[in-house]
Design a protein around this ligand. Structure first.
Ligand SMILES: Cc1cc2nc3c(=O)[nH]c(=O)nc-3n(C[C@H](O)[C@H](O)[C@H](O)COP(=O)(O)OP(=O)(O)OC[C@H]3O[C@@H](n4cnc5c(N)ncnc54)[C@H](O)[C@@H]3O)c2cc1C
Length: 323
């Protein structure tokens, strides 16, 4: 099968989620005797070409109208390129961009899509895709009955592939984006410089126990900074306006699988667990010894997060920044 990987990048490097997706895309191509190309879209797409070429041949579609990225504009370009070149499979990471853009591209390409894929197999030449359903309670194995097949990959489910010793070719391709139906007036970078929850080795998350944004920042945020990790949040804090949307972990938030997930005052509702239960180590602090989070936690502490979090910050300060 010939596979096209839609890569996301930041500056001159692929995003971690896209590197994991390249691993899946390369495996499908190699197992079926096909090819895998990485497509970079954007006004400055060539900046990340060298990094992408460590994994597979790169196609650079550089055009001023492709930045800032809008899903409808990018999806149309992807669909046109896939139709022109006859790719069998289109792969992207199951990120905010990937979910939005590849879903639209799949619609333009006939609708054969599997999202949030956590595993795959080739059986009798068919691509079988494993994906969670019902907030991760079951994994379904699905086969797309037509093509081109469009797949988004949950990056935490795939290890990053080893880069090739020699770089693959980089080719510039001409694309003609249609005007987007959305005007982006500006793009602001995140303040604070913390990593995204999907890309950090340590995620410190807070739940309803935290009463104000200030309390959250002075405790959850500060502990995240102390260990060089990301700050995350349960949905109730997002709904209450205490934390911003991009921090939400869970079924309707981001899916994470860090080396360490620290849950501070989070009950462990099934919708939250769906986003973090595959973390390598889970530690939780909760005042309720019967909180469901303790059923999935490797380490648990029963107590008040307002008392214990400052103590943790004090103990860890200077010992593990940059973990
Ligand atoms: C369709 C749908 C999708 C959803 N998607 C998501 C999602 O993506 N992510 C998500 O998180 N939720 C999601 N939810 C909401 C989810 O069901 C829960 O309501 C939510 O996860 C609960 O958040 P919480 O654990 O912070 O709050 P609670 O369930 O209220 O738990 C608060 C916990 O804090 C403890 N606590 C309180 N005070 C202290 C203290 N001082 N010290 C220590 N512990 C303390 C309590 O004992 C309790 O266990 C979704 C719900 C639905 C219906």
């Amino acid at each position: 099968m010939n596979v096209l990987l839609i890569a996301e990048y930041e500056g001159d490097a692929l995003r971690i989620a896209s590197v994991a997706a390249v691993g899946m895309a390369n495996d499908v191509a190699q197992t079926t005797g096909g090819t895998c190309d990485v497509l970079l879209l954007g006004a400055d797409a060539s900046a990340a070409a060298e990094d992408a070429a460590r994994y597979a041949p790169v196609l650079v579609a550089e055009h001023a109208d492709l930045s800032p990225a809008t899903a409808d504009c990018h999806a149309a370009v992807i669909a046109e390129w896939v139709n022109a070149k006859g790719y069998d499979v289109v792969v992207g990471a199951a990120t905010t961009y990937g979910k939005d853009t590849l879903g639209r591209a799949a619609g333009l390409l006939g609708g054969y899509m599997a999202s949030d894929v956590v595993g795959h197999d080739i059986l009798d030449g068919e691509l079988l895709l494993k994906r969670p359903m019902f907030a991760g309670s079951v994994n379904a194995t699905v086969k797309l009955l037509g093509g081109p097949r469009v797949v988004t990959v949950r990056s935490s489910a795939y290890d990053a592939p080893t880069a090739n010793e020699s770089a693959s070719p980089i080719t510039t391709v001409e694309v003609t984006p249609q005007p987007a139906r959305l005007n982006v007036n500006g793009v602001a970078s995140k303040t604070g410089g913390r990593p995204d929850v999907t890309e950090a080795a340590v995620v410190v998350s807070g739940g309803r126990a935290w009463k104000t944004s200030e309390d959250f920042e002075n405790n959850v945020g500060k502990l995240a900074d102390t260990v060089g990790g990301a700050a995350g949040s349960s949905r109730v804090l997002v709904d209450a306006g205490i934390t911003p949307n991009e921090l939400q972990v869970g079924q309707t938030g981001k899916i994470v699988a860090p080396d360490l997930y620290l849950a501070l005052g989070i009950s462990g509702a099934v919708q939250h667990l769906a986003g973090m239960k595959n973390s390598k180590v889970i530690a939780a602090i909760n005042s309720d010894k019967d909180a469901p989070i303790f059923q999935v936690a490797d380490f648990g502490l029963v107590g008040d997060v307002y008392k214990l979090t400052p103590q943790l910050i004090e103990k860890l300060a200077g010992t593990c920044a940059g973990v």
